[in-house]
Design a protein around this ligand. Structure first.
Ligand code: SF4
Length: 653
């Protein structure tokens, strides 16, 4: 029997076709009618079934003491233990961390339970906090809506697409197929980034920018647009235009060229293309959000998009990270407008203000109690040892599908379904609200979080009043900003809906330009890379044998010219930042500029995040995951970048 389900991985949320035998998914195929994947999902999605029954958590588990002996228990006992812990804790010491692996219904029920049942303001979109929260903040500030303004279908109608720090060739293959088709029909593509990612090779112009130099490059382009009066009609009337114009006028070609690894001629050509475009699109990714000054770079990018009347096509990380943020997973519900917060209070009861982010909770101390949905912060956060210490001192409840490094520290494990086993809705990176139906039943006693939240609330003496996922969907339509137009009846019929895409009340936003990052003498810049075979840290995809076989082992990646000059091909080197070290053989990669080091985030044994310092961005509280100064050693000898002191040029890539 064939049934449809949503891919559990990236923010495109492709619909897949599962063959189900004996209650288990036996194969995964494309859904030719899926408007998102166009019937061509990526290899990660097409192998999901292989991971669905490998090493799953099947029943609730409790531990008597930290790292104590695990004991399988019934749901009632597990939830009573959690409820007792919550009831005995100071609400300010409780944290709810919600990942993008749950449905909108799960997220809203948890947000409500945190705020209105437990009474803690500490609830957060944990996945966005370590990836796109600066993107969402910039979109909300400039467009009035925390989401992309364009859709995947818009790509075919563009005459120019600016891809800034994003690599859809690896991260979003169905989107990349659309870009390639559009390019074949004449859409120009500009790639802008600090590594020569796979997507750059299929672009018309590749702008290689020094990390931190993005504001200078984007503002120079904006200046050229303004000087040639090539901006969108009526944009002079938009709030903040005068201040924005003054800001970008400070960026001439000389200043912008200092921020480049390539030649000023490429930048002039990019400015001409942008000025000449009538139907432009922009998309950004982690190359901007995780870099030095990510918030400033994103403001500059979306200001430029506003100036040109361009579509924003930024996709998101985890399958429902957009939806979880929309559902109000942010400290004290601050991401909702006042009217929506009041409506929620009218229905749920008082909502506490204040609150701290997920990253502050784990890197700034230890919450008394932390409840987290499917995630692995010991692998995905910087300074894993600091995260472990925080969790050692907290009562940890993991609602998750698989055991991982973090669940080792859990006091209670509550098993949850994977996305193809869930019911409800997800909102993808386009803000397309997709119905979610179970393609196959979960293999054990897994429960979705909306049910867990309902039961916990009941034990704590409150009724959420949900008897089905659809009950929560109706509350979403009633309360969540931008979801009024969503029709639950249409969702029940299997039809996608759209949450509000804006723009509403657009305005230009200024930012403090961090300038290109200073590299200490003798240091390299470390950047994380994504694998086409794995999704993020690879928690699920490493369970798929074909993907694991295709991955190869960990390697420290360098530009082939650096590797050759140092004569270290295949030799084991040690890479150290101020936070930690890792060791792996040195290999060449044309993606990596000279003087840089690349390392795949999905490598499991020697972890990239061991080298990420625990500092958080002032504006988004996101760790700075990219472009970390590191030292490289062969034995005891430090290896200095051979290109140090020389101009980095695109020709050297
Ligand atoms: S990983 Fe993303 S692009 Fe690949 S099938 Fe899943 S949702 Fe689609």
């Amino acid at each position: 029997m064939a049934s449809l389900g949503i891919c559990p991985y990236c923010g495109l949320a492709c619909r897949l076709r599962f063959e189900v035998r004996g209650g288990r998914a036996s194969s995964t195929g494309p859904d030719p009618s899926d408007p998102v994947s166009g019937g061509s999902p990526c290899i990660r999605g097409l192998t999901v079934h292989e991971a669905m029954y490998r090493g799953r958590l099947m029943a609730p588990i409790v531990r008597g003491g930290k790292r104590g002996r695990p004991r399988t228990v019934g749901w009632r006992e597990a939830l009573e233990i959690v409820a007792r812990e919550l009831a005995g804790s100071d609400p300010e010491g409780v944290h709810f961390a919600i990942s993008g692996r749950v449905t909108n219904e799960d997220a809203l029920a948890l947000v409500r339970t945190a705020l209105a049942v437990v009474g803690t303001p500490n609830v957060d979109n944990a996945s966005a906090r370590v990836c796109h929260s600066s993107t969402v903040d910039a979109l909300r500030e400039i467009y009035g809506v925390p989401a992309s303004t364009g859709t995947l279908d818009d790509i075919g109608g563009l005459d120019l697409l600016l891809l800034a720090g994003t690599n859809p060739a690896v991260d979003y293959p169905p989107m990349y197929s659309r870009i390639s088709r559009a390019r074949a029909r004449g859409t120009a593509v500009i790639y802008m980034g600090s590594v020569a990612a796979e997507t750059s090779r299929a672009s018309d112009l590749s702008l290689l920018v020094r990390p931190g130099g993005e504001v200078a490059v984007l503002n120079y382009i904006a200046r050229e647009v303004i000087e040639s009066r090539a901006y969108a009609d009526g944009v002079e009337l938009v709030d903040g235009f005068r201040e924005y114009r003054e800001w970008v006028m400070g960026y001439d070609l000389t200043r912008a060229a200092d921020a480049l690894m390539g030649s000023p001629g490429e930048l002039r050509r990019a400015a001409e293309l942008v000025a000449g475009s009538a139907r432009m699109g922009v998309a950004s990714g982690m190359g901007l959000a995780h870099g030095p000054g990510g918030c400033a770079a994103l403001r500059s990018l979306y200001d430029l998009a506003l100036l040109k009347g361009a579509r924003v096509l930024t996709m998101r990380g985890l399958v429902n990270v957009q939806g979880v943020g929309d559902m109000g997973a942010c400290p004290g519900l601050r991401c909702w407008d006042d009217a929506s917060r009041s409506r929620a209070e009218g229905r749920w009861g008082p909502i506490p203000g204040g609150g701290i982010t997920f990253t502050d909770a784990l890197l700034g101390g230890s919450p008394e109690v932390i409840l987290m949905t499917d995630m692995n912060p010991v692998h995905s956060m910087p300074s894993p040892r600091a995260v472990e210490r925080a969790l050692e001192n907290s009562f940890v409840v993991c609602m998750c599908s698989y055991p991982n490094e973090t669940t080792e520290l859990a006091d209670v494990l509550l098993p949850t379904p994977l996305m193809p086993e869930r019911e409800g809705t997800v909102t993808n990176g386009e803000r397309r609200v997709r119905p979610v139906r179970p393609a196959a039943p979960p293999p054990g006693s897994q429960l979705q979080e909306w049910r867990i939240a309902s039961e916990l609330a009941r034990i704590l003496g409150r009724e959420l009043g949900y008897s089905s996922a659809m009950d929560v969907t109706r509350e979403i339509v009633e309360l969540v900003p931008g979801y009024r137009s969503v029709d639950p009846g249409a969702l029940a019929s299997g039809l996608d809906q759209w949450a509000q895409k804006g723009p509403i009340s657009p305005r230009f936003a200024l930012a403090t330009d961090p300038g290109p990052v200073d590299v200490p003498p003798g240091s390299w810049l470390l950047v994380d890379l994504r694998s086409p075979h794995h999704f993020l840290g690879g928690e699920v995809t490493w369970r798929v044998r074909s993907l694991a076989r295709a991955s190869g082992g960990p390697a420290v990646l360098m530009n082939p010219a650096d590797l050759e000059e140092l004569g270290i091909e295949g030799l084991r080197v040690r890479v150290c930042s101020d936070a930690g070290c890792l060791e792996a053989p040195a290999r060449g990669s044309a993606v990596i500029p000279r003087g840089f080091i690349g390392y795949h985030l999905s490598n499991r044994r020697a972890r990239y995040n061991d080298l990420v310092p625990p500092e958080l961005s002032e504006c988004s509280r996101t760790p700075r995951y990219k472009f970390i100064p590191v030292r490289v050693y062969l034995g005891d000898a430090q290896l200095v970048p051979p290109s140090a002191g020389a101009e980095i040029s695109a020709d050297s890539l």
